[in-house]
Design a protein around this ligand. Structure first.
Ligand code: G3I
Length: 334
C-alpha cells in the first residue's frame, strides 16, 4: 500500500509520529516511521524535565539526535512542549524553586530563561511548537495552577510563553495542545479551552493553532452518538472561527472497553478512528496528523495503569502490531 505520507501529501496533510527514546535505536521501527511519516515529535525528550533535569544542566543530546535523524529523512519536527502546565510534569526543581522577595519577577525570569534557551538551541529545526500543554483542568474548565501561575497569573503566564516563543522561534507555528474530547464528560474541558483561546486572541497573543491530542477510545461512543459528532463539530467550528488551525497531535485508540477477541477488537478500534477522523479531518484547517506511537508494543498505554484492560490483555491502540504488521486501524487512517 502507498505510504501514509504519500496519501497525506495528496490531501495537504503531514503524517507524523511520536518516537520514544527506547525505540529510537530500533532499526525496523525507525524504517517503518521513515516509510510512513514526514513529521516527527519526541515522545518525552523535548520536555523541560528531559532538557534541564537539574537547574542549568542541559541535556539536549537525545532530542538533538532525533531531530538530526528527522532532518536526514526530510521530516518536519514538532517541539513538544515548552511548558507543561500541570505542576506534576514540571521539573521537580522548578516546583521547589526559591522565587525570593520579588516572586512575580523571578517567575517571569525563570520562564523566560527556559523558553529562550530552548528556542535558541533548536533554532529553525522546529517547524511547530506546543508552546503550552494541558492548561485547562478538565474537572472545572478553569486554568490549572502551578508555580508560575500562582506568581504571575495564569492567562498572563500563558500569554508570556507564546510571546517569548514568537520572539525566539519566529518561523515556528505556535500551538496550544490539550486532550479535550467530544463526549458529554468533556463539556467543561471544551468550554475551558474555548475560553482560554478567546482570552488569548483578545489579548493579541500569537497562538496559531489548537493541538487536538486525540487519545480517543471506546468511551468516545462516536459511531452511535450523533450528539458527540454535533458537539465536536460545534467545538471545532468555534476554534476555526477564531482563525486558528487544527492539528491532530497525539492520535491513538484506547481499546479497554472492546472485546478481547483480536479481530473484533481491531475492527472496533478502526471504526472508532474512522468516525473521529471523518469529522476532524473534514476541516481544511487540520493539516497535521501525528500518531502517539505506531506499533502496539511501543504505546504509552501499555504502561498506563490508570485504565488498563480488565482482562489482562495487551492494548492494541496503534496502526501496527508488535511485529510491525499493518492492522485495520492503518486502513482506517489511510
Ligand atoms: O525512562 C525512565 C526509565 O529510566 C525508568 O526506569 C522508568 C520508571 O518509571 O521511567 C522512565 O520514564 C518514563 C517515560 O515515560 C519513558 O517511558 C516516565 O516515568 C513516564 O512518566 C513517562 O511517561 C510519559 C508521559 O507523557 C509523561 O511525560 C509517556 O511516555 C508519554 O507517552 C506521555 O505523553 C503525554 C504527552 O506528553 C502529553 N499528552 C498526553 C500523553 C500521554 O500521557
Amino acid at each position: 500500500p502507498e505510504p501514509l505520507k504519500v496519501l497525506g501529501k495528496r490531501k495537504g496533510i503531514n503524517i507524523g509520529n511520536a518516537i520514544g527514546g527506547r525505540y529510537f535505536h530500533d532499526p525496523a521501527y525507525k524504517a517503518l516511521m521513515a516509510r510512513e511519516c514526514n513529521m516527527l515529535v519526541a515522545e518525552n525528550e523535548g520536555k523541560w524535565q528531559a532538557l534541564e533535569p537539574r537547574p542549568g544542566q542541559y541535556n539536549f543530546g537525545p532530542a538533538d539526535a532525533m531531530y538530526a535523524w528527522a532532518k536526514e529523512q526530510g521530516m518536519l519536527v514538532r517541539g513538544h512542549n515548552l511548558v507543561w502546565q500541570e505542576a506534576k510534569w514540571l521539573p521537580k526543581w522548578v516546583n521547589e524553586y526559591d522565587f525570593g522577595a520579588q516572586p512575580a519577577k523571578a517567575a517571569e525570569a525563570l520562564l523566560r530563561k527556559h523558553i529562550v534557551t530552548v528556542c535558541e538551541h533548536f533554532g529553525s529545526a522546529i517547524h511547530s511548537y506546543d508552546v503550552v500543554n494541558e492548561a485547562v483542568d478538565p474537572k472545572t474548565g478553569g486554568l490549572r495552577s502551578n508555580v508560575f501561575t500562582e506568581r504571575m497569573g495564569a492567562v498572563e503566564q500563558i500569554d508570556l510563553a507564546f510571546r517569548l516563543a514568537r520572539e525566539k522561534a519566529p518561523g515556528a507555528q505556535l500551538v496550544y495542545n490539550d486532550y479535550m474530547r467530544g463526549d458529554e464528560g468533556s463539556a467543561k474541558h471544551r468550554a475551558g479551552v474555548l475560553k482560554l483561546l478567546h482570552d488569548l486572541k483578545s489579548r493579541g497573543t500569537p497562538v496559531q493553532a489548537l493541538g487536538l491530542q486525540s487519545h480517543i477510545g471506546s468511551w468516545d461512543d462516536i459511531s452511535t452518538s450523533a450528539t458527540y459528532q454535533q458537539e465536536w463539530r460545534k467545538f471545532l467550528d468555534e476554534v476555526t472561527g477564531m482563525g486558528l488551525d487544527l492539528l491532530i497531535t497525539e492520535f491513538d485508540v484506547n481499546d479497554r472497553k472492546l472485546p478481547a477477541d483480536v479481530k473484533t477488537r481491531d475492527a472496533g478500534v478502526a471504526a472508532l478512528a474512522r468516525d473521529y477522523l471523518d469529522v476532524t479531518l473534514s476541516y481544511p484547517q487540520c493539516k497535521d496528523f501525528l500518531m502517539w506511537g505506531m506499533a502496539d508494543n511501543v504505546s504509552w498505554l501499555q504502561g498506563w495503569d490508570e485504565a488498563p484492560r480488565t482482562d489482562g490483555q495487551k492494548m492494541r491502540p496503534t496502526p501496527f502490531d508488535a511485529e510491525l504488521r499493518a492492522k485495520p486501524l492503518r486502513d482506517a487512517i489511510a
